[in-house]
Design a protein around this ligand. Structure first.
Ligand code: HEC
Length: 108
């Protein structure tokens, strides 16, 4: 009986982690779409994983970034970098998704 319970737990844990993997993949796919199309980050930034070669802003493969720093930059902008949050160009959710994408795709 103990071993059965153990297997049941293993089963549920692995189910949850594969559901998370699906969610992460969907987020990366949507993030790429926002990066290249909806927001046009690609026009200004190099990001090898997205195949983008824009050179107006910094190369995102070589700068150090955190979820917090990218969320702030995309929301509020800086100089030439547009404020996607203030101008309501992107929704809060889209900013979260594109940030997740950039942080996880950079340097790959
Ligand atoms: C019109 C060109 C332009 C677009 C479009 C643009 N950026 Fe930028 N971005 C810049 C410039 C220029 C900077 C540098 C700002 C500064 O330091 O003065 C920058 C800075 C950044 C930084 C900070 C890099 C560092 O040095 O740490 C991140 C991250 C970033 N952009 C992500 C994005 C994302 C994600 C998008 C799309 C949602 C985007 N950018 C769209 C021009 C752009």
């Amino acid at each position: 009986m103990k071993i059965f319970k153990f297997l049941l737990i293993v089963f549920f844990v692995s189910m949850t982690s594969s559901i998370n993997t699906f969610a992460d993949e969907a987020k990366m796919k949507k993030g790429l779409e926002i990066f290249n199309e909806t927001a046009g980050c690609a026009a200004c930034h190099v990001l090898k994983a997205a195949g983008s070669v824009g050179n107006i802003g910094p190369n995102l493969d070589t700068v150090s970034m955190t979820i917090e720093s990218v969320t702030d930059m995309v929301t509020n902008g800086l100089g030439v970098m547009p404020a996607f949050g203030e101008g309501e160009i992107l929704t809060k959710e889209e900013i979260d998704i594109v940030t997740y994408y950039v942080v996880n795709a950079a340097g790959k």
